[in-house]
Design a protein around this ligand. Structure first.
Ligand SMILES: [Zn+2]
Length: 203
């Protein structure tokens, strides 16, 4: 297999155990869909073929482990239906198993979202996107960045983010993308937009 300079999201690297085929039934799903559309529009989830490279989630209940996340191998160009999203109930990081409700694999970075929610009870939304411009701003904006490049969807990538996360709300994943965190989806989304705006600003 060829290894491109910037690795693309090509499916999950964990095993999904489906607890049921139910799509998420949560009023906040519409807000999550709107943010997927916004990320698509701003090219924070650049399409690779027909699939968008990004994954967005929100925590279902404060303090709980469960979250709703975009599914693996979904394009965000068109209006998204509920079944393009998955509820992750739990993860076994050691053995690479994700326990979920839905009809498709949850996003390839589900283990990363899980680890962040576990470590940061203040975080209710985790938005992962890709942006060449933001990656180039690491020094200009003094952003936190993972120390080593790790393959997408891997436990090494989860560890590399957790290593530098601390109480930061925005972290660059080296040669890959970013995670933007928030107490609400609005906060996580607007943080990414604002960071990108500052990147493009002169001086
Ligand atoms: Zn990614």
């Amino acid at each position: 297999m060829e290894t491109p300079a910037r690795e693309i999201h090509g499916g999950v690297k964990f095993r999904t155990e489906f607890l049921s085929a139910a799509a998420p039934a949560d009023a906040r799903l519409e807000e999550l869909k709107a943010w997927c559309a916004e990320f698509h529009k701003r090219n924070f989830a650049p399409p690779y073929g027909e699939f968008s490279q990004g994954n967005l989630s929100f925590r279902i209940r404060p303090g709980g482990d469960a979250f709703v996340i975009s599914g693996s191998q979904v394009g965000w160009k068109d209006r998204l239906t509920d079944d393009k999203f998955v509820t992750v109930q739990n993860c076994d990081l050691q053995n690479g198993i994700v326990y979920a409700n839905g009809t498709r694999d949850p996003s390839s970075e589900s283990m990363l979202h899980f680890a962040i929610y576990r470590a940061r009870k203040d975080v209710q939304a985790v938005f992962h996107g890709h942006s060449r411009e933001i990656l180039l701003c690491v020094n200009k904006l003094n952003l936190s960045e993972t120390r080593e490049k790790a393959p997408y969807g891997s436990i090494e990538l989860v560890r590399s983010v957790m290593e530098v996360l601390g109480d930061a709300d925005f972290v660059l994943i080296r040669k890959h993308g970013f995670v933007s965190l928030g107490a609400t989806m609005k906060e996580a989304g607007e943080r990414a937009i604002e960071t990108h705006r500052l990147c493009l600003q002169d001086g």
